[in-house]
Design a protein around this ligand. Structure first.
Ligand code: SF4
Ligand code: SF4
Length: 470
């Protein structure tokens, strides 16, 4: 019987998240608060399009493992519809989550109803904010385990958290979870770990993927991998498809126009010289010579004793080097790109302030936006030195300004050019009479997103009948 080929899709959903981790760029920049990025998932047509992209490329001898990450992927509206369609076609899903959502949340209920093998595994991080109510949070892990899930409890090995490794290992043993501590990836780490910290963290490892990350990743100067053929990465904000989530070129397709040109594998790394540090690439046997699916799968069934305990980090890296693995020797990991690593959690006010600054800053320089108002629509003229992928327009429903929670999406226009004029019809009756602010998201083809909004409200809704501006 011919074997079924499984292709991994690393699907980045959005930046929005329920956490404010001190070691995360999305929190440091305030992007975790950008709830508008969830809006497109409220459109069932969009969600069906995402599922169809994979399902139309599914066959008896080829299926997908669609891994959802972010941000917090469980925040996605209609996640049950999206994953239900993927599963019905014979594909599997997996989640990189913090489980920091309520038990009654539709996504959590979906998980309870779709354990392994429909959900291949849940990589659930236990972050510092969850420690405020450890029991209540761990109950969710236990519920998933009882439902039949393969649950890894991921624990970021921040130097200030290493003293709790034994505690969380014991909790995982009690709850029959896979304890999966991983390396802090930042501008300073893993380089800044002391030898003692490194050995301590590594003594809790159950796979070589963890060792490779702690060693700084794989040197891609001469590496070969199956990215682009057995693995792709999809950004659901832009639709862009790349060979893996670490590289931003070449663009091998776009989910929004249902295009995909897979690469003949194995390939040289398209950005040779960077660090290949995303552990998925070893766990799923994507990088030649660093295949680790046996260890990763072996640990998936619940609690396992640590085989690496008998082997020091120094010995483990020497063994891998003997097998031909070349470790990255630079310091720029290109992932988890936070400026400072001394914080465990940011405050809500800090994150909010950074988000406001970022919105204002990002509009400067990269993209020019001009708005004009018609009686029944807003016309957005955008231009940029870079190619523009999408333009999305919003109006704040609150009279006089409003908060980040009050934006209403008017629509999205695909562009594929460096300049465009996009018209967004408005149902004026949806807005209370008075002054409203408009905003625009511009997705660039290189994956960057520019947020722009009016500082002062200009659009006047008149008795629900027409729009004028002042
Ligand atoms: S590291 Fe923390 S803040 Fe960043 S995406 Fe994950 S859970 Fe959210
Ligand atoms: S070597 Fe690593 S980073 Fe480079 S394309 Fe392959 S999987 Fe991606």
């Amino acid at each position: 019987m011919p074997s079924v080929q499984r292709v991994v899709a690393e699907v980045y959903m959005f930046d929005t998240c329920t956490h404010k981790c001190g070691y995360c760029w999305l929190a440091e920049s305030g992007q975790v608060l950008d709830a508008r990025q969830l809006d497109r998932f409220r459109d069932e047509g969009f969600v069906d399009k995402v599922a169809a992209f994979f399902n139309s490329r599914t066959s008896a001898d080829r299926t997908w493992l669609v891994q959802f990450t972010g941000g917090e992927p469980l925040l996605a509206p209609n996640l049950d519809r999206l994953c239900g369609a993927l599963i019905a076609a014979g594909n599997r899903v997996a989640f990189y989550t913090s489980l920091f959502i309520g038990r009654r949340h539709p996504s959590f209920r979906f998980l309870l109803d779709h354990p392994y093998p429909e959900t291949d595994y849940v990589m659930a991080s236990f972050h510092p904010e969850a420690e405020h109510d450890e029991e209540q949070h761990l109950e969710k892990f236990a519920l998933l385990r009882e439902a039949g899930h393969r649950v890894y409890l991921r624990y970021i090995g921040h130097p200030r958290r290493l003293d709790r490794l034994e505690h969380f290992e014991r909790r995982c043993r009690e709850l029959d979870l896979t304890f999966y501590p991983t390396t802090l990836l930042s501008n300073e780490y893993p380089t800044a770990y002391t030898d003692e910290e490194r050995e301590l963290l590594a003594s809790f490892f159950v796979s070589d993927s963890q060792v490779i990350q702690l060693a700084g990743g794989i040197d891609t100067t001469t590496s070969r991998c199956w990215a682009g053929s057995r693995n792709i990465a999809v950004n659901l904000q832009t639709g862009l498809v790349t060979p893996c989530i670490t590289v931003d070129r070449p663009i091998i397709g776009n989910l929004f126009d249902d295009s995909l040109q897979e690469l003949p594998g194995p390939i040289r790394c398209p950005q040779a010289g960077i660090s290949c540090v995303c552990d998925v690439h070893f766990q799923q046997d994507i990088v030649v010579g660093a295949e680790d699916s046996a260890n990763f799968e072996g640990a998936a069934g619940g609690w396992v004793d640590r085989p690496a305990r008998a082997e020091t980090f120094r010995a483990a890296t020497a063994r891998l080097q003997q097998q031909g693995v070349a470790f990255y020797e630079g310091t720029d990991m290109g992932i988890g790109d936070v400026a400072a690593s001394d914080r465990l959690v940011f405050t809500h006010d800090e994150v909010k302030e950074r988000w406001r600054n970022r919105v204002a800053e990002s509009a400067r320089g990269r993209v020019s936006v001009e708005l004009s108002y018609r009686r029944d629509s807003i016309v957005v003229a955008v231009s940029s030195a870079q190619r523009i992928a999408n333009v999305e327009a919003f109006v704040n429903r609150a009279v006089g300004g409003g908060t980040d929670d009050d934006w209403v999406q008017l629509g999205t226009v695909q562009v594929d050019d460096t300049a465009a004029t996009c018209r967004f019809p408005i149902d004026a009756s949806a807005f209370a009479p008075g002054l409203h602010r408009a905003g625009v998201n511009v997705d660039l083809a290189d994956g960057a997103r520019v947020h722009w909004y009016e500082q002062e409200p200009r659009m006047i809704a008149l008795d629900g009948t027409q729009l004028v501006t002042r």
